[in-house]
Write a protein that binds this ligand. Structure first.
Ligand code: 5AD
Ligand code: SF4
Ligand code: FES
Length: 369
């Protein structure tokens, strides 16, 4: 057996079985034959844990007001080229109803980061209204940034089950280069711990292909996912945005897109091969790099897709990166498109099911102590 074959066989057999330099070697692969083998091994592990099934979460982009100023993001506070919006309760509930009508089984409420009592109470009211309408059958995920432990606890009590908060990179020095000085890596990491203490299913992740980031950094990110005992992973390639300090002078060429897509897929596969039983998303950023990017993500080990259920009227104002897909396709069109695409790779959809993380279920069965 070749060396790669031995590494993959070991990783398929047992989780946490790869060393840091072995993870980095998987991430570095550019050879098409080797990449095919890596993705096939990761897909085998995905199928073992979640079947040939993809769970969906409709994303509601509730508003693009953000207090943060991340150097890579198109809706950062200092981007003056952007009209800001915030949906009211009725508009969010309309999108929630759309999600129920589409039978997606889970929902993600996402917006820029706002820390205020008014906002906390608004989300709380919203969660109670959604729970009254949908009950426990609908998985409810929040993606609302860094908050206090009290806020996380209030939202959990009001009906949220899961929380997504990307660490963006587990390398504090790289984190400092991607964010203004008042953004704190430690606070971000502490927030993940607070979320766990509130019994959320906790999701995090990173961007890959950031300027200055190495495959060693990405291998460390995967070890960080384990250390934090995460339930869900959402990762995507970094895609430059012209109205940002980080992205304004990075040309977005076809070769750039192809190399970022390959790295993003390698990262999904290596994460699946190391962690085994977590939920991993094939993110929209993959679809921004290739029409079939999300399907490629599933075949490299992802088991979750997050289609947009926001009103098309607002989608242009929620572009974290360029080339965002489906700006004009409404949720119904995307549902049809996605069902067809998944059918074409032999996967079915987990309609009307929450699709909770198997890792979370396993943790809660383990004896405490
Ligand atoms: N390219 C790719 N992903 C991005 N995000 C923000 N800006 C970009 C970009 N330019 C991601 C961050 C954030 C998530 C909501 O979107 O990882 O956590
Ligand atoms: Fe705000 Fe998130 Fe964009 Fe940072 S990445 S500017 S926190 S929306
Ligand atoms: Fe939106 Fe294909 S997923 S058009």
């Amino acid at each position: 057996m070749t060396r790669l074959g031995e590494v993959l066989a070991r990783a398929v057999r047992e989780r946490h079985a790869l060393a840091r330099d072995e993870l980095a070697q998987l991430l570095e692969q550019t050879d098409p034959g080797a990449r095919r083998d890596i993705y096939a091994a990761a897909y085998e592990v995905k199928v073992r844990h979640t079947g040939k099934v993809v769970s969906l979460r409709g994303i509601v982009e509730m508003g693009n007001v953000c207090a943060k100023n991340c150097l890579y993001c198109g809706i950062r506070r200092d981007n003056r080229a952007l009209d800001r919006f915030q949906l009211d309760e009725a508009a969010v509930l309309e999108a929630v109803q759309r999600n129920l009508d589409l039978h997606y089984g889970s929902l993600v409420l996402q917006s820029g980061e706002i820390e205020s009592e008014a906002h906390t109470a608004f989300i709380e009211r919203l969660l109670r209204a959604i729970a009254a309408r949908a009950g426990e059958a609908l998985g409810i995920t929040l993606s609302l940034g860094e908050q206090t432990g009290e806020t996380y606890a209030r939202w959990r009590a009001a009906g949220a089950h899961r929380y997504l908060l990307r660490i963006e990179t587990s390398n504090p020095r790289l984190y400092a280069r991607l964010h203004p000085a008042d953004h704190s890596f430690e606070r971000r990491r502490d927030c993940l711990r607070l979320l766990r203490a509130c019994d959320y299913q906790v999701g995090s992740g990173v961007m890959c292909g950031l300027p200055g980031q190495t495959c060693g950094d990405l291998a460390d990110d995967i070890l960080f996912f384990r250390e934090m005992d995460l339930d869900m992973i959402g990762m995507g390639p970094y895609i430059p945005h012209r109205d940002t300090p980080l992205g304004h002078d990075i040309p977005f060429t076809e070769a750039y897109a192809a190399s970022r897509l390959a790295l993003g897929l390698n990262m999904i596969a290596a994460t699946r091969l190391y962690l085994h039983d977590v939920n991993i998303a094939a993110t929209t950023a993959l679809q921004a790099l290739a029409d079939d990017g999300r399907e490629q993500g599933v075949l490299a080990g992802a088991n979750v897709i997050m289609p947009n259920v926001s009103d098309v009227a607002y989608r242009r104002r929620y572009q974290l990166y360029e080339n965002k897909p489906c700006l004009d396709e409404n949720a119904e069109a995307c549902r049809h498109c996605l069902a067809m695409r998944l059918r074409s790779i032999g996967e079915t959809i987990n309609w009307d099911r929450r699709g909770d993380s198997p890792h979370y279920a396993a943790r809660n069965q383990r004896p405490h102590g």
